[in-house]
Design a protein around this ligand. Sequence first.
Ligand code: ADP
Ligand code: X2W
Length: 736
Amino acid sequence: MADAPYDPYVPKAGADQSGGQSRTQALQGRDSKLTRLFNQEIDATVQVMRKNIENVAQRGDRLDVLQDKTDNLAESAQGFRRGANRVRKQMWWKDMKMRVCIVVGIIILLVVIIVPSAFRIFIRSLTRIDPCISYYRSRFYPANMLIIPDWSDIHRLPANGSPAHPRLSLLLLPSAIVHSFSSLSLSLSRASPGQLDQTSRETMLSATSAALRAGARRGAPRAAAAAGASAPNVVRGSGPSASRGLGLAGRRGLSSTRALASFPTRDRTREIVAQTVSSIGSKREGQQYLKLFTSVESQKFAVIKVGGAILTEYIDELCRSLLFLYELGLYPVIVHGAGPQLNRLLEEAGVEPQFEEGIRVTDAKTLGVARKLFLEENLRLVDRLDSLGVATRSISGVFMADYLDKEKWQYVGKITKVNKEAIEKSIEAGYIPVLTSMAESEDGRLLNVNADVAAAELARALEPLKVVYLSEKGGLFDGEGEKISHINLDEEFDHLMSQPWCRYGTRLKIKEIKELLDTLPRTSSVAIIHPSDLQKELFTDSGAGTLIRRGDKIQKVSSVSDFEDLDKIKEALIRDREGLDAEATVDRFVDFLRENPFTAYYDDALQCVAIVIPAGKDRPMATLATLAITKSGWLTNVAENVFAAIKKDHPSLVWTVSENDENLTWFFEKADGSFNRNGSVLFYYGCDLRSDALAPVYDDFVSHGRAMLGDSNLEARLRRAAQAASQALRDSRGRA
Ligand SMILES: Nc1ncnc2c1ncn2[C@@H]1O[C@H](COP(=O)(O)OP(=O)(O)O)[C@@H](O)[C@H]1O
Ligand SMILES: CC(=O)N[C@@H](CCC(=O)OP(=O)(O)O)C(=O)O
């Protein structure tokens, strides 16, 4: 038998037996009982101690595991710390890169926008010092262009030019930069996305670039003031000696140089934004007109005649409108009257105002009152504009005159000459010229001239893009009290002269405007509007108030064989709508015209061609089949004349236009109502939803869209033909 493992707490079996034999039997029974008890106790103790030892061993294991876990945790904490450091470094670099980008962006902005503006002012300061540079600059850079001069240009001056004053110019440079920066922030704040829709924002971008130009220009007056220079013999009364003879008002000086400095830029900017958004009709209109107005020399932008009543009743509206133009860098020439104020003064003095053919009979006393009054009104306007930040210059001595008829009108002048130079210099220097209608005779006598007449003479001399007469009524009104929107003088002058409402000042005005337009290019026009409509008149096709034109001679042809040059008509019909199969489509359309009654309306230059198909058996209403207009046609209002001719012949009309047409607003203005369906718009005038004729047209439109009424719409035909042709091309390519 194998020995059991040694255990000190377990008694050996042999030891029990040997000890039992040497003791007595009596003791044996009692002792064995005690021994058993003792052994049992020892066993229990051994069991407890064993358990304790086992527990201790297990606890040691757990502690080891805990130790391992702690080690792991410490290691991952270390890793995490390293990762965090790495991320922090990466973020720092990212941040750094962002900052570098912003700084670089600002530097580029400074270089691209502000520095050219500053240089422009810098160059202006040179021109003020050196007339030779002025000549040079005006020859090579139109005044209303943003120029980025090249230093080498300055050294290439004409040989007779005296050297510029570099120190003075450099002194002006910092202020030019500051000024340019304010112009920039002013312009950027315009594009507030919350306020402007997409169209307005894009229009404002054009306006903003123009405003930057204006910013550069506005630097000029300040630069001039800083340099203490003024154009000699140009602005009368602007120097201290001249001011002495002009009384209190005159002593303030006739040029405003306070401009900008006193006006809160932010308010002004907001106002301009609001005005722009509300006044510009569409993206195309805003951009086209701004481009047009800035494409000519500044003095050729506009002549604005301000009626005396505007100065008393609507001076705020007038000044706001002029501020808007000024901010865009547009410099109109202002000539104003003060007729109603003079009437009042004379009546107060007990003198009855007298007129012959709308012209005031001016005796010596009246002339004296008029002279003082006109000057005061002039300075009031200049002052008001100045307080808005518009730099203006009050100029006299522009009109030279003879007596009109001394017997009949006494001290009234007939203008013989307009001194444009003073006006040009004023604009060149950054001031809007503000003139009264007073003229001087060769021998220095002051003569009264009607302001409508003076404005017409000024426009004849300057040939501006726009001639605007501001009246408190906002236009001319016919016998029924309706505002006349258009006057086509070639057709309507005699009729107008025969009207009982056409008398006094109104008659004189229309006659003067006719004489003016007879001498200007046929595309010229005169608008009679309210001062608050100035932006609308200048920046929309439809304009405001009464538009007077000589008018385009509108031809009317009702048979294909009567077209003088059919090919040219076809060309005009295709025009901007050139596309696949366009020629064939126009040929088919002309074939359609050969077999159907129609009237074509067009001007001599074929800027606008319209074809109307009259109402007939299968056609409940006359339909405008096409209205093709060139881009310049939109600017010259030929479309208005063509439409007026159509309206004369057709008391009611329907037509369709794609809802994506860029001139949709113009069609809305021409229509009494419209329906929009599947990307097409059906317009109508001369009828309404209750008229029997419109209902079938509407049904036809609903079922056939623009292919309604026998597919007479040329544009829709052209579009479909182009679509069909390109589809055929795609198909054939696909097969190949
Ligand atoms: N048919 C008309 N259309 C517009 N204004 C008219 C008409 N007939 C008379 N008037 C009056 O003529 C005034 C303008 O007169 P006018 O001598 O032309 O002044 P101004 O030259 O200051 O504009 C207006 O106040 C208006 O009341
Ligand atoms: C000779 C003559 O008629 N002169 C006018 C000039 C002022 C003028 O025309 O002012 P309005 O534009 O406000 O009418 C006059 O004395 O009333």
